[in-house]
Design a protein around this ligand. Structure first.
Ligand SMILES: O=C1O[C@H](COP(=O)(O)O)[C@@H](O)[C@H](O)[C@H]1O
Length: 257
């Protein structure tokens, strides 16, 4: 199903029979976009989230997808990170390393993790400075329409409350308009200290895959994609990238649609 959303790129929704089918569809989507961007600009900038998304990337590290991807062209970033050491069980870097990065030949120098020796505020400043330098050197594109960095693909998950990245319902950070990267010290989901890309950065990306499986997010999926009359806008409803928002759902996640 594809439709155009006013003021933004198109939105597509795929409902896959099983979570296994979802992982295959996501691997194909990511591999196809990797080939497109490597051909067009010689690099592919990919932003990961934490949580369940990493498990859904398991088919990408297997043939035929793993063999077709030019891993040396990948540059990897995080949409959000918890302010904990990189080897901590809550670290999004550790989750991605164990479940994905350690299984493919991405160059270690092309993996942009946060500096885990800094405070939340310091780590957010440091990550923003790093991305500004990569924009200057043309590794990360700049959106001509917004002036914010334009990543090629963000692979996002969503929490049961409709949060994306570390942007939670009702939190003032969802309204941030200036910063590229900001920090939160009172995250309602532990751990409390995190850094996160802001909505202007998320929505300046070219493509976003929104990946949701299982029963936990059924109501938030219904609010985002169904005809639910919820009075409060969920963070996930604010996601509108420049070219395409592609939802990947399994049947359970889509059961109220
Ligand atoms: O805390 C976080 O939660 C979201 C959603 O996680 P999920 O396990 O419900 O898929 C995740 O996207 C984010 O990166 C993470 O820090």
């Amino acid at each position: 199903m594809a439709e155009t959303v006013a003021g933004a790129g198109k939105r597509t929704v795929q409902v896959l029979d099983t979570e296994e089918d979802l992982a295959v569809a996501l691997a194909k989507y990511t591999a196809d976009l990797s080939a497109k961007f490597v051909k067009e600009r010689g690099a592919f900038t990919v932003v990961l989230s934490g949580g369940y998304l990493i498990d859904c990337l398991r088919k990408l590290v297997e043939p035929p997808y793993a063999d077709s991807v030019e891993w040396s062209k990948w540059r990897v970033f995080w949409v959000d990170e918890r302010v904990v050491p990189k080897d901590h069980v809550d670290s999004n870097y550790k989750l991605a390393y164990d479940g994905f990065l350690s299984k493919v030949p991405i160059l270690p120098g092309n993996v942009y993790a946060i500096n885990d020796a800094l405070s939340a505020e310091g780590a957010a400043d440091d990550y923003e400075t790093c991305i500004k330098q990569l924009v200057k050197s043309n590794v990360v594109a700049l959106s001509t329409s917004t002036g914010f960095p334009k990543f090629d693909l963000m692979l996002l998950g969503m929490g049961p409350d409709g949060h994306v990245a570390s942007l939670f319902p009702g939190h003032p950070l969802v309204k941030e308009k200036e910063r590229w990267v900001t920090f939160i010290e009172d995250s309602p989901k532990p751990p409390p200290q995190r850094i996160t890309f802001t909505f202007p950065v998320i929505n300046s990306s070219a493509f976003i895959a929104m990946v949701v499986a299982g029963p936990g997010e059924v109501d938030a999926v219904h609010t985002a994609l169904g005809n639910s009359q919820s009075p409060n806008t969920l963070p996930v409803q604010m996601v509108l990238p420049e070219e395409e928002l592609a939802w990947f759902l399994d049947k359970q996640a889509a059961s109220k649609l």
